[in-house]
Design a protein around this ligand. Structure first.
Ligand code: NCD
Length: 471
């Protein structure tokens, strides 16, 4: 049955189901075969290309894609040239640009900025990278390459290498791989491990099983990785028990399908110590490493740009895929633009059981009490945006109380709670409690008030409740 993607946004990779991703690929295949014959597909339409952070591939491949489809492009390539530099909010910019263009592609250094644009613009919005959060269209290019080189996306074994903390491409890719049932090995640079909220998603929402590596250090000397791994079965959580208990090291010796390398995201490192130290011990992928046992059939991927982490000597190696990955960005983005603009539709096969696509149904907490996301690069933390964004969180765990920011997905663990229905409605009875006391279980989610600090609770007229015992 032909399905329309018209007017949808692509902000997180999870906005598309596995079947929808495969549908984008079939259209990309069709377009790749006749790139120069697509010039009527989006004729008369305008794409706004808003790049507030540096970019070569992503911006140019989006612009090339729209041009090949016969559409037009209006663009901004620097924040300094826009009214954002005058203190305009992202919401206002989104409303206006949405009235000039038929689709918006945005890259911005603040996590969650693309979501704000999508919330306020009346046209489809594509996230071309929001800070260290996500980069879903790079993931489409990455998966497309994996599909071409490995013929399937199901049950792959991938090693993610480098800056797993700030590398937004890695976050989107890890979620997508997990959804297709992958084994993912992590080989972070020092101090650049996958963020806590990403690991939580992989292990709870995708029911991945996290295994911590407990091998000896000299394994690394041979070019193998001391790393952790997440295993997800393609068939879903209920079959987790069927995973054979193979050690991580044995798995690696059997080889991985792909090594996905990323550059150190210097621009996102905390200033000071973090940057200096990490740089020195960042592992380079070179001929010697690829000569190790287990890498015979491993393809090497990289979203580019590379700095020092990929030696030029491996460029000619048939396993090196990074330039092909970039080249495939144009047909992928052509397919995506044509679909979201409603200029093309695609057939999606009958839905097979996809256990990971169920609604997650976390209670949503909207904060009116001053509770905020603690991530300094979240869009909700910015002075220009706090005027209108009401912080929103998903309650992903009650023990310990864990709230996930709906914009950047970073987590907070607030310590104090109260109920908005205090006893007999008498102000004297307004009490707050520790979030790890049993009172959390007593308060209905819709009456729950969560505080950043005791001062916050006191300022709102609450007094410390009697039932205070932790746990
Ligand atoms: C990546 C990005 O911008 O996140 N580049 C890209 O879009 N191909 C990776 C990077 O900058 O390291």
């Amino acid at each position: 049955m032909p399905i329309s993607f018209a007017n949808r946004d692509l902000i997180n990779i999870e906005d598309f189901t596995n079947q929808e991703i495969e549908a984008v690929f079939s259209l990309a295949d069709e377009m790749a075969g006749s790139l120069r014959e697509q010039s009527d597909v989006c004729r008369g339409m305008i794409m706004a290309s808003l790049f507030f952070e540096s970019s070569t591939r992503t911006r140019l491949s989006f612009e090339a894609a729209m041009n090949r489809l016969g559409g037009r492009v209006i663009s901004v390539v620097e924040m300094g040239n826009t009214s954002l530099a005058k203190g305009e909010s992202i919401a206002d910019m989104a409303r206006v640009v949405g009235s000039y263009a038929d689709i918006i592609v945005i890259r911005h250094p603040w996590e969650g900025a693309a979501k704000v644009v999508a919330d306020y613009a009346d046209v489809p919005v594509i996230n071309a990278g929001d800070g260290g959060h996500e980069h879903p269209t790079q993931t489409l290019c990455d998966l497309y390459t994996l599909k071409k080189e490995r013929q399937t996306l199901e049950g792959l074994k991938i090693a993610l290498w480098g800056d797993l903390k700030y590398g937004r491409t890695v976050h989107s890719l890890a979620y997508a791989l997990a959804r297709f049932g992958a084994t993912i090995h992590f080989r972070p640079g020092p101090g650049l491990e996958l963020p806590e909220h990403v690991v939580r998603k992989l292990t709870t929402e995708y029911a991945g099983r996290l295994e911590k590596y407990d091998g000896v250090e000299d394994v690394d000397e041979k070019g193998l990785f001391p790393l952790d791994a997440v295993y997800v079965t393609p068939s879903g959580p209920h079959q987790l028990a069927n995973i054979p208990a193979v050690g991580i090291q044995i798995e690696l010796e059997r080889g991985v399908d792909a090594l996905y390398v990323t550059r150190l995201q210097k621009e996102r490192l905390d200033t000071g110590a973090e940057g200096q130290e990490v740089d020195k011990s960042y592992r380079v992928v070179d001929k010697r490493l690829l000569g190790e046992k287990g890498f015979e059939d491993t393809i090497v991927m990289h979203p580019l740009p590379r700095v020092d982490e990929l030696a030029y000597e491996i460029d000619a190696d048939p396993r090196s895929m990074y330039f092909k990955q970039a080249e495939r960005g144009v047909p992928i983005r052509m397919a995506l633009l044509a679909l979201l603009l409603g200029a093309r539709e695609v057939d999606i096969p009958e839905k097979r059981g996809q256990p990971f696509e169920q609604e997650r149904g976390y209670p949503v907490y909207r904060s009116d009490t001053g509770l905020r996301c603690q991530n300094g690069t979240c869009v909700t933390s910015q002075q220009t945006e706090t005027r209108y964004i009401r912080p929103e969180f998903q309650m992903v765990s009650r023990e310990p109380l864990t709230l996930r920011c709906a914009y950047c997905e970073h987590e907070i663990h607030p310590k104090y709670i109260a109920s908005s229905k205090w006893h007999q409605g008498i102000a004297e009875n307004k009490r707050y409690y520790y979030a790890d006391s049993f009172m959390l279980g007593r308060i209905h989610p819709e009456n729950l008030i969560i505080f950043d600090s005791e001062d916050d609770a006191l300022a709102r007229g609450f007094k410390l409740g009697k039932r205070l015992v932790h746990g």
